[in-house]
Design a protein around this ligand. Structure first.
Ligand SMILES: [Zn+2]
Length: 293
């Protein structure tokens, strides 16, 4: 017989994988939100290690989990992501888009099946974003759980842009002022500070007309013409932005703010009501739903 659930017992452990199965039953009864950090193993220029994206996403989630363990559990991260366009750089690992979405949905379906009905996907790699969004959508259609997805920098975009960053548009794109500051805060020994090169602090000057149509910045937004091709065709170092402006102090400011905002988001999401689906056909469809979600 499994141990009975004590409704007043609150497990202070936020790491999903450290719980026993009876404790998982308690966490389900307490309606904890489950958070899945998602990153990549991908080149980040001459000066940052391959684990930047998974480390940023996971560290922000772990900090939020430690601050609010009564609200959430944090799963071990998905360390690999979609990087097909980055394979000219040694070390990058890529997962095909269909495989990646399918694996994410297998994780969320497992959670929903056990009884977790609020799931948050926290992405750390820009090119994963549309696929993580797709996984969250599929979760909402295939299960009775509610799934929310975002990239961690969306938690701090306005704060970073208005109060912390020094670079202009294009300065926070990849292995940039933002990611380098985060890594300097999380693990300064991991940053090869003598190899920092601001390769493209103003990418928009490289191509005629790009300032109007085609620029990239993860927190200030991108131009309307999205043209994403081989990374090696437009960056020599693999870095985009202004890593030379990065500091550990900036990293700490955004790291702490991101963890705080994530805990706030989860407090809201945990008690957010679920809307009821309604059938609007005057005559009910006569066949089973024909789409693969
Ligand atoms: Zn990155």
């Amino acid at each position: 017989m499994p141990p009975t659930i004590d409704p007043d017992y609150v497990c202070r452990e936020h790491r999903y994988e450290k719980l026993t199965w009876p404790e998982i039953n308690e966490a389900i009864a307490q309606k904890k939100v489950v958070v899945l950090p998602i990153g990549s193993v991908e080149q980040h220029g001459y000066h940052l290690p391959l684990d930047v994206d998974v480390r940023c996403a996971n560290s922000v989630c772990q900090a939020a989990g430690m601050a609010a363990p009564e609200e959430m559990l944090v799963l071990p991260p998905v360390s690999y992501g979609y990087c097909n366009h980055v394979m000219d750089f040694p070390g990058t690992i890529t997962i095909e888009p269909a495989t990646f979405v399918k694996m994410l949905v297998d994780i969320t379906r497992s959670l929903a099946y056990h009884g977790f009905k609020r799931i948050v996907l926290i992405n750390g790699h820009g090119s994963n974003a549309p696929l993580v969004d797709q996984a969250a959508r599929q979760t909402n259609l295939q299960t009775d759980a509610l799934c929310c997805s975002l990239s961690w920098w969306e938690l701090i975009g306005q704060y970073w842009n208005e109060e912390v960053r020094e670079s202009g548009r294009g300065g926070s794109a990849h292995a940039c002022e933002l990611e380098t500051s985060m890594y300097l805060h999380m693990d300064p020994a991991g940053v090869r500070t003598d190899r920092i090169e601001g390769a493209l602090p103003d990418y928009t000057t490289k191509i005629p007309g790009a300032a109007e149509w085609h620029y990239t910045d993860i927190t200030l937004g991108s131009g309307p013409a999205s043209i994403i091709s081989w990374t090696a065709s437009y960056s020599e170092t693999g870095s985009f932005g202004a890593p030379e402006l990065a500091t550990a102090e900036k990293g700490q400011l955004v790291f702490d703010r991101a963890a705080e905002r994530l805990a706030d988001l989860i407090r809201w999401f945990r008690t957010r009501p679920t809307e009821t689906r309604r059938e609007h056909h005057a005559e009910k469809p006569t066949m089973a739903y024909p789409f693969a979600w």
